[in-house]
Design a protein around this ligand. Structure first.
Ligand code: M6R
Length: 359
């Protein structure tokens, strides 16, 4: 049932190009997003003034990508909250806010509690989930599915990238309805399955890079903008399955304290796909290199000659806004192979459950 793969996680990583195809299927027409496919009407989209995302773990990280995309493309403000915090913070919800749960299982207790809280306050609720008919899907006013198929490995991979794709569709639909159409991005979105397959076909070198990473006990993940949101997901993945302590940092924030920890051999995973801030990220990489850091870097192919690192993972991306799902692939692979090299139980990490249905 693992389809010849050693672990469900590897199978689920490799499935992503196909699953992305399923997720996007029928959801665009020409160079527009089919709004009804998102479970909302055009009028509902027009009425959205603000979005409050509630989620946990990887789904929270997908929410952060969604925030950047929706804000930049549609100019609609988005707040993203960790569900276990949101539910107890007496949140302020104003009219015109759509409360959106992001969840693979659709059963996460804290995320469900946030949806119930929003409903009690009369707010419209929207679920972005993978599991059809799950509790969060049923309890929300509207639902959109990721169509990733069953995800067995505890570490989320294909659910995360399909959440990113659906959030991208939502951002493009909102942008369109709010007078900022991006037909170019709608067309490019459809090329992601093929581009993802190409990236996965060139991943042999990652195993050696992971061997080297696996000898460390602590690692930093750095990036700016979308790359920072990706760094947060990258660090969670390596903690979760390789049991290596990891921290994500906004690259520009290092100087405000954490740079003191960088010394000879400190491992850093850097992500550089956001062209608008690439120069800034590159200078942050130079700063850590100057202090002796060993750097693994996932970079937009066009920037690869500019990034002087120890372990380079170049990826081709059509546009910085569409890079996250693609850049997630080497991050997942790096975590996977590091966990394998550390000899850990990749699919069933200690202390964790696939679905957190109790607090
Ligand atoms: O089912 P959900 O998406 O609501 O689950 C949320 C988190 O528990 C989940 O993403 C968790 O962080 C993953 N194990 C990370 O790989």
């Amino acid at each position: 049932e693992r389809g010849g793969y050693a672990h469900f996680m590897l199978k689920e990583i490799m499935e992503q190009p196909d699953v992305w195809g399923d997720c996007l299927l029928g959801r665009t027409e020409g160079d527009r997003v089919v709004v009804e496919e998102l479970g909302l009407t055009e009028t509902q989209l027009e009425q959205v003034r603000r979005i409050q995302v509630v989620a946990a773990g990887t789904a929270y990280h997908a929410g952060l990508i969604g925030k950047a995309l929706i804000e930049r493309l549609a100019r609609i403000p988005v707040d993203v909250a960790v569900a276990s915090e949101f539910r107890y913070q007496d949140p302020v919800l104003q009219r015109g806010t759509l409360v959106m749960a992001v969840s693979q299982s659709g059963e996460t207790a804290d995320t469900l509690a946030c949806i119930n809280l929003a409903r009690q306050q009369g707010m419209p609720t929207y679920a972005l989930v993978n599991t059809v008919g799950s509790t969060i899907a049923r309890e929300s006013d509207a639902v959109v599915y990721t169509h990733a198929g069953p995800e067995i490995a505890v570490a989320s991979t294909k659910a995360y990238t399909t959440q990113i794709l659906v959030l991208t569709l939502l951002a493009l639909a909102l942008a369109d309805v709010h007078g900022r159409p991006r037909p170019d991005l709608v067309r490019s979105l459809l090329t992601l399955p093929k581009m993802g397959a190409d990236i996965l076909a060139e991943m042999e070198h990652i195993e050696d890079m992971a061997s080297r990473l696996s000898t460390n006990r602590d690692v930093f993940y750095i990036g700016r903008g979308l790359d920072y949101a990706l760094a947060m997901e990258g660090q969670l993945k390596i903690k979760e399955i390789a049991y290596i302590h990891a921290e994500a940092y906004a690259a520009g924030e290092l100087k405000h304290g954490t740079l003191a920890l960088i010394e000879d051999g400190t491992p850093i995973v850097a992500i550089v796909t956001e062209d608008s801030v690439a120069e800034k990220s590159i200078s942050n990489i130079l700063e850590v290199k100057a202090r002796g850091a060993e750097v693994w870097a996932i970079v937009d192919d066009r920037l690869k000659t500019r990034v002087p690192v120890d372990h380079l993972i170049p990826i081709r991306v059509p546009n910085a806004l569409l890079a996250p799902a693609l850049a997630a692939l080497p991050l997942q692979m790096l975590a996977y192979w590091t966990a394998v090299k550390c000899g850990q139980d990749v699919d069933q990490p200690r202390n964790l459950a696939k679905s957190v249905t109790v607090e």
